[in-house]
Design a protein around this ligand. Structure first.
Ligand SMILES: [Zn+2]
Length: 457
């Protein structure tokens, strides 16, 4: 009986993987709508330059042409952003869309969130967060762990298939770690694997590491996240190298959560792609990361009336500043996963959105005296590279997906201009215009971007 079930599961897994590989979302076929954007200023974060009076022609989901004095095709919808600065969409390279621990009732203790909130509830929270982040101009997010039963993957699929609007989600699936993951569970939590799991996958040997990486990729992970040193029995350089090799077979890069200097050194020595969290990194680590081109996805939490401490903020700013000076490839990263009742705009008294809270991390970058152009690079170019989407998404260039935003003012002169995103286009569709969300064309009652409505990875 058990054997027959095992064979059936294996067969199902193989068939599902086959469908996943064959059926990737595609643009609808047939004539594509043409949208023309008149950009008063077009900002290129890579070069830090601004071109004036540019025309961007978008056909369907992608950019067709960019330049001055381009002829406007007949029948095109024209969007006038001539008084705005147009720039590529923003990236939060480290966030948790389906994890929000609260002061009440959990006392900000995320063990309790895992127990008190179901995967379906957390999936709906993630969908809401996705809309709020897109509204603030974030068109790509890396959603790396602490996401219940693959809620991050489901969120990516739902957005990709066209059920709802949201950023492109790069999901990791559950973090892979040696026994216990990030937790110190009680035997009651641990033994049956039915309370703290599915937040982590235990993988203690080379075979188990390979299995865990494959399992996450089978279920739709686009990046692999390892707990390098969450436990004293963490991963060796060889363990990390093995995970990197295995992830590469499925086209995934590896991020390491590190919380000790020794763990950071092992991750660097193994040639990891991304290190998450900056607090355990020394100036010497920064130098090595810069030499090897290892991205940093920090927890760059600002000190605000609603969160953080002055002491913690000073340390975060000093670390970010040193990483910048040593030329570590930095990304704009929040590690955002909490909420409390003080999260209100002091001027209006209204609740801050997840987008407002995410863009508020600019406080840290300003405190570290990082020039606006480099902050913008972290929020765009480096984010696309860390998310591994740079070949098709991000830069405003012909052939790329049309993900772009517009703000009044000049973000190169004042990075806080990014707090006032007035226009958002995602995959060629207008999500926000004149400061108002108008996403009706981005909601659908079926998987409109999936051929035949079939399941995709
Ligand atoms: Zn995190």
């Amino acid at each position: 009986m058990f054997r027959r079930i095992g064979v059936l599961c294996l067969l199902t897994a193989v068939l599902t993987a086959g469908v996943a590989m064959a059926q990737r979302p595609q643009q609808p076929t047939g004539p594509q709508p043409i949208t023309v954007i008149k950009a008063g200023k077009l900002l290129d974060p890579e070069t830090g330059t601004v071109a004036t009076d540019q025309v961007i022609i978008v056909e369907g989901e992608r950019i067709k042409a960019v330049g001055a004095n381009l002829a406007i095709p007949a029948g095109a919808t024209v969007i006038d952003l001539s008084k705005m600065t147009v720039l590529p969409g923003l990236v939060d390279a480290h966030t948790h869309m389906a994890m929000t621990y609260k002061e009440q009732p959990e006392n900000s203790y995320y063990y309790l969130t895992y127990i008190m909130e179901s995967s379906p509830l957390r999936a709906i929270q993630a969908a809401s967060n996705a809309i709020q982040l897109l509204n603030a101009g974030f068109t790509v997010v890396r959603d790396v762990g602490n996401n219940a039963m693959y809620v991050d993957v489901a969120l990516r699929q739902a957005i990709e298939q066209g059920w709802l609007p949201g950023p492109t989600v790069i999901p990791s699936g559950p973090m892979i770690g040696s026994t216990g993951g990030q937790f110190w569970p009680t035997p009651e939590m641990y033994k049956q694997h039915n309370i703290m799991y599915p937040e982590y996958i235990d993988a203690n040997s080379p075979d188990e590491i390979v299995r865990a990486v494959r399992e996450n990729m089978l279920f739709g992970a686009r990046t692999i996240k390892l707990c390098i040193d969450c436990k004293p029995w963490g991963y060796s350089v060889d363990d990390i190298k093995l995970a990197i090799r295995e992830a590469a077979t499925g086209g995934c890069k590896v991020e390491g959560h590190v919380q000790t200097p020794d763990g950071a050194q092992r991750a660097i020595d193994a040639g990891i792609y991304i290190i998450a969290h900056g607090n355990a990194l020394t100036p010497e680590h920064h130098t090595q990361m810069a030499q090897k081109g290892i991205f940093l996805t920090g927890t760059d939490t600002p000190f605000t009336p609603y969160h953080g401490s002055e002491q913690g903020f000073k340390r975060t700013v000093a670390n970010l500043k040193d990483a910048y000076e040593k030329k570590v490839p930095l990304t704009y990263s929040t590690d955002f996963d909490y909420w409390n009742e003080r999260m209100k705009d002091p001027k209006t008294g209204e609740w801050m959105s997840r987008g407002d809270l995410t863009i508020d991390f600019l406080r840290t970058w300003k405190a570290a005296a990082i020039p606006a152009v480099d902050t913008l690079r972290a929020m765009t170019i480096n984010g696309y590279k860390a998310a591994d989407v740079i070949k098709e998404r991000g830069p405003i260039k012909p052939g790329f997906f049309a993900d772009l935003i517009a703000v009044p003012g000049d973000p190169l002169a004042d990075i806080d201009a990014l707090r006032n995103v007035q226009f958002v286009m995602k995959n060629g569709m207008v999500f926000k215009k004149d400061g108002v969300m108008t996403p009706e064309k981005l909601f659908h009652p079926g998987p409109v971007r999936t051929p035949n409505g079939r399941w995709t990875r």
